[in-house]
Design a binder for this molecule. Structure first.
Ligand code: XMP
Length: 310
């Protein structure tokens, strides 16, 4: 891929398709949606409306951080609070694929509503090649795949989708992002799945359970930051395990730490994190999250495991 001509081609393509109308970008702050938003902004200027959907499944402080990074780039971002809609849609679901499909439904329904309110017709979306391949091959239903599995977004949700990055893999998206001048804070950001922390919670997704994973994720990210793994995070299991508190038995949550190295997320290896770092993460999680009695580090590569847990 020649980065400069890729960028120019995509800007032309977006202009041509959108014409004199407008488009919406649902920015998450990840490198894919950020790159896509910047391309579309270059093509459309303020005819691009940028929203950050706060689905209640984001990491700590994420909506405000993303808004302020884009404010510095001169792109206004509106935070839309849709937490209730998402928690309601996920309520009671435990099967990973059911959770993914419910997330996809509520995500596009919410976007459909916003698109109608803003009077635009197109959604600019940062789908990349790996998302399409994994969904098509039946590995898992990525939240952002519709047309490729036979769902027409116009019929189902009332808008058309433009996907400027759909032929690129993650490392190529990073090259484009760099050429567009996205700041290091975005370029270096670890991939974060569309369904957010819901991809790291087995069993039911409730605000309380999300809060546990959010806190543990922050600890993991802080402690591994100097190693810059491809992706590192915490996972909450369903079972409870025995621990000891004040000399008495205590049943508590089990947290898995997952850190992997990868180029394109199609395959991955566990990161060889130093023992001291793993011990520090464990100590902090046990100390700072009272419901947790066990912490374990996962060693499974992809394949046979996937990176996320649902
Ligand atoms: P898995 O778990 O399939 O993840 O090995 C591969 C990469 O994709 C990210 N991921 C997603 N990204 N929507 C996304 O935009 C999704 O539904 C989704 N599921 C997983 C994951 O974080 C990893 O980088």
């Amino acid at each position: 891929m020649e980065v400069k001509s890729f960028i120019n081609d995509q800007i032309d393509m977006i202009r041509k398709i959108v014409g004199e109308t407008g488009a919406l970008s649902a920015l998450s702050g990840g490198v894919d949606s950020s790159t896509c938003t910047l391309l579309a902004w270059k093509a459309l200027g303020p005819r691009l409306k940028v929203v950050f959907i706060d689905d209640g499944l984001m990491r700590e402080g994420e909506p405000e951080q993303v808004k302020s990074v884009f404010a510095e780039l001169g792109i206004p971002v509106e935070i839309v609070n849709a937490q209730n809609e998402f928690f309601q849609a996920l309520n009671g679901l435990v099967d990973p694929e059911e959770k993914r499909k419910a997330f996809r439904e509520v995500f596009y329904r919410t976007l459909g509503r916003i698109i109608q309110e803003r009077g635009v017709r197109f959604l600019i979306q940062g789908t990349i090649a790996a998302d399409i391949i994994e969904t098509r091959d039946g590995i898992k239903t990525q939240h952002n795949i519709l047309e490729q599995i036979g769902i027409d977004p116009e019929i189902s949700f009332g808008f058309k989708i433009i996907e400027p990055l759909k032929t690129l893999f993650k490392h190529e998206v990073r090259e484009v992002a760099k050429a567009l001048g996205l700041p290091e804070s975005i370029l270096k950001r670890m991939p974060f799945p569309g369904p957010g922390l819901a991809a790291r919670i087995l069993g039911e997704i409730t605000p309380e359970r999300v809060a546990i994973v959010r806190r543990a994720t922050k600890i993991v990210e802080e402690e591994v930051s100097s190693f810059q793994p491809f992706q590192a995070f915490a996972v909450l299991l369903t079972d409870k395990a025995t621990g000891i508190e004040k000399g008495q038995r205590k049943l508590g949550d089990i947290i898995i730490i997952r850190s992997v190295e990868s180029r394109d997320a199609m395959t991955a290896e566990p990161s060889p994190l130093p023992w001291a770092v793993l011990m520090k993460i464990t100590e902090r999680i046990i100390e700072e999250i009272p419901s947790v009695t066990r912490v374990a580090y996962e060693l499974t590569p992809k394949p046979p495991a996937t990176i996320e847990y649902i």
